[in-house]
Write a protein of this length. Sequence first.
Length: 186
Amino acid sequence: MFRTLLSATCGVVMTLALVHAAQAADDLDARLQTCNACHGADGKPISTAIPIIWGQQTAYLVKQIHDYRAKDRDNAVMTPLAATIKPEETRKAAAYFAAKSWPAGPAAAAAATEPNGMTVCKACHQPNFEGGLPAPRLAGQSYEYLAAAMKSFADETRTNSADMIRLMKMVTPADRDAMAHYLAGL
């Protein structure tokens, strides 16, 4: 039921966004305001299935916009929206969201001991999982988003990172679940 409602809502948002994008074709900042419909006007997404993009790494956002536009990462909502961002606007769009502050989340319980397998993640996601070249911030993303992303790499429904596919295939579902809980609590 929730997914049906979310899909319907995002379908309406996507239609409105495309109309708005066409009307504001020369004003990227105005077009980027449509992202707030799902990703939140305060940086807090409307659903835990949607990632936080405020304060995310610029290089990561550039890659994701490119991958959605090129259909290397396919999503019914994001693929057509990314197509409204011209290639020459990609870096500016990514920088727009990267410059915003990561939204404060609810006070999380103290993170438990770091689960098995997390050491290798620090090579790209940095010691505190706050991201850096070339990887996104994971600390503070929602458990639901993280668990789904890890699973989609493991089962190869998300294929825009060969390294993540390889790594997530080596991690058991139980360990991925523990990692997602840990990262969401940071």
